[in-house]
Design a protein around this ligand. Structure first.
Ligand code: MN
Length: 321
């Protein structure tokens, strides 16, 4: 999906100053963002006080929305730079097209992983004939400086490894959990997992103390390290944990997001992640004049125009909290 905000606020993120070295329990409230007509998402990252979790730089949760008589998701072609996008569904389907020629329907608990590298463009839409409900998350992973100019590519992994324990099934989206590793390409130490919890489940997930973590509640009634987290909200957990207690008071599902703290400072604006104002300005210009980001074929509609840049300069800065 795209950041369709017409007046996107630049976000400066990354750097050690944002990371909490100790275990914490910091509840992040979602910001409601209107995506085009009729679609509202809950934005968890970037958040007022929290910009990233490991290399995870952007998290939107949407649905479940009844789109039986609606077009559903309709995101026209738009560009990306310096990041990977992760499309993750619990219900419904998304048809993905991109400038490398991909045409792929993504279904629940399949990984749609797009590596923008230096430049890509894509569109996302609910297929004409679609399921009644649409429910999922759209996430971005920042690319490290060493790989951010790589060639664009798209991966679709329909079969992902799972880890099971009494009352819980974990699907590994990116990185590793316990002894299961996702086939998705990663560029920094990171993990993303989807956990389905049965009513009454009381489990302890193995974590890596060097990683920082957050848990996004997707559905049901779940307590994360004792804290009730409502669907569409996220609990930031900091670093220094070897395990995480999870308890479900109904059938529930959550996403575990974590990674090694991202040391490089970033500037995120609209659909771009860069390192300087000049890079962002250049990317915007290139998109506006139709160069560099390629062409998405087959989408019925015009590409998204780039919004105006803010008047204030975009500069990486220190700790904002
Ligand atoms: Mn996008």
């Amino acid at each position: 999906m795209s950041n369709l905000d017409r007046t996107p606020v630049p976000s400066v993120c990354g750097g050690r100053g944002f990371v909490v070295a100790e275990p914490v329990r910091e509840l992040l409230s979602p910001r409601r963002v209107q995506l085009g007509e009729g679609t509202e998402v809950r934005r968890l990252l970037p958040n007022l006080g929290r910009r990233m979790i490991g290399a995870w730089a952007f998290v939107d949760h949407y649905g479940p929305d009844d789109i039986a008589d609606e077009p559903g998701m309709q995101v026209p072609p738009h560009p990306h730079m310096g990041l990977q996008t992760v499309s993750w569904l619990h219900e419904g389907e998304v048809l993905h097209r991109d400038s490398t020629g991909s045409l792929q329907t993504i279904r629940p608990r399949e990984l749609g992983l797009m590596t923008s590298g230096r430049a890509i463009s894509h569109s996302e839409e609910s297929p004409r004939s679609h399921a009644r409900f649409l429910h999922g998350a759209q996430l971005w992973v920042a690319l490290p400086d060493s790989h951010r100019h790589t060639d664009p590519r798209f991966e679709h992994h329909a079969a992902l490894p799972t880890v099971t324990a009494p009352g819980v099934t974990a699907t590994v989206i990116l990185g590793s959990l316990d002894d299961a590793t996702s086939p998705g390409t990663t560029y920094t130490p990171i993990v993303g997992a989807d956990l389905t919890l049965a009513d009454g489940a009381d489990v302890r997930l193995p974590l890596v103390p060097d990683f920082e973590y957050g848990v996004l509640a997707m559905s049901g009634e779940v307590h994360v390290d004792g804290v009730p987290v409502l669907p569409g909200s996220m609990l930031y957990l900091g670093c220094g944990r070897t395990e995480l207690p999870l308890r479900a008071a109904s059938d529930a599902s959550v996403m575990l997001l974590g990674g090694e703290p991202f040391e490089e400072e970033l500037i995120m604006w609209w659909n771009f992640i860069g390192r300087s104002q000049e890079e962002i300005v250049q990317a915007r210009e290139d998109w506006a004049k139709g160069s560099r980001f390629g062409e998405v074929k087959g989408y019925d509609g015009s590409p998204l125009p780039a919004p105006s840049l803010p008047d204030t300069p975009l500069k990486p800065r220190g700790r904002v909290r």
